[in-house]
Design a protein around this ligand. Structure first.
Ligand code: NAP
Length: 257
């Protein structure tokens, strides 16, 4: 159900959320829509396998609630695909105001056992993907002199995590990218911020063993994993005019680790 007072906050805004078929990105899409934004729900198809049905499910939910959404396929590592995706969104709605670089993967291993492929895949999707999506979405934001770019880093990119050399490097790189882009784009009234979630209940963390989950939980001040909804609240705030004087920041959202 839409909240009348809040529903106008992002009215007229067009958002693109990468990796919005499931997990945290899915909830970002639903939240931005509940505040009035149109939402392009990105998913990826690799070698015939895809979560297109899940992405379409997100679109159906939004449309069922009276919002506007479309599913857009693109592998964020692929420049041509990202360009076509952004052009498709602009063709449909005339612009992009809000970009949430959310798509991300893990391929954890201790460094001596980490394959070059696992290193490249994680860096390419988590870091190069954000570079490509930002580069192509930027044109529209520059023209209108208004934009919000929110990059999904991680606590691992801030403090490092054993067994996540590739993932931590990608998220640390994303933080540095965020800070540079905030300086580069500030004069155009485009804000660029990074969020650094801790441990959030999604497919990504479901893979952890029960022992590892328990060990992590004991380090969290609030003694629980976060929910995607916790993260979506922060992204909604950073997307809004209420956050118009915040840029170049890395905002931790981790229950107090
Ligand atoms: P998730 O449930 O595993 O979902 C990952 C999403 O990324 C999916 O929608 C997936 O799309 C998409 N994706 C993967 N490869 C892609 C590609 N090449 N191109 C486009 N999309 C791609 O993960 P999550 O937990 O929601 O994580 C979302 C973001 O939060 C990630 O950047 C992650 O690093 C970050 N994060 C998560 C946690 C956590 O505890 N969960 C903590 C800190 C940061 P398909 O469904 O189409 O495959």
């Amino acid at each position: 159900m839409k909240n009348n007072m809040a529903s106008s906050e992002l009215d007229g805004k067009v958002s693109l959320v990468t990796g919005a078929s499931r997990g945290i990105g899915r909830v970002h899409a639903l939240k931005l829509s509940s505040l009035g934004a149109k939402v392009a729900v990105n998913y990826v198809e690799i070698e015939g396998a895809s979560n297109k049905a899940e992405a379409n499910g997100v679109v159906e939910t939004i449309v069922g609630q009276g919002g506007e959404a479309i599913a857009v396929e693109a592998d964020v590592r692929n420049a041509e695909a990202v360009k076509a995706m952004v052009e498709g969104v602009v063709e449909r709605w005339g612009k992009i105001d809000i970009l949430v670089n959310n798509a991300g993967i893990t391929k954890d291993n201790l460094l001596l056992r980490m394959s070059e492929e696992a290193w490249d895949d994680v860096i390419d999707i988590n870091l190069k993907g954000a570079y490509l999506c930002t580069k192509f979405a930027l044109r529209s934001m520059m023209k209108q002199r208004w934009g919000r770019i929110i990059n999904t880093a991680s606590i691992s990119g801030v403090i490092g995590t054993a067994g996540q050399g590739n993932y931590s490097a990608s998220k640390g790189g994303l933080i540095a990218f965020t800070k540079s882009m905030a300086r580069e784009l500030g004069s155009l009234n485009i804000t660029v911020n990074a969020i650094a979630p801790g441990f959030i209940t999604t497919d990504m963390t479901d893979r952890l063993s029960d022992e590892r989950k328990e060990a992590i939980r004991s380090l969290i001040s609030l003694q629980r994993f976060g929910k995607p909804e916790d993260i979506a609240e922060l992204v909604a705030f950073l997307s809004s005019d209420r956050a118009s004087y915040i840029t170049g920041q890395v905002i931790g959202i981790d229950g107090g680790i």
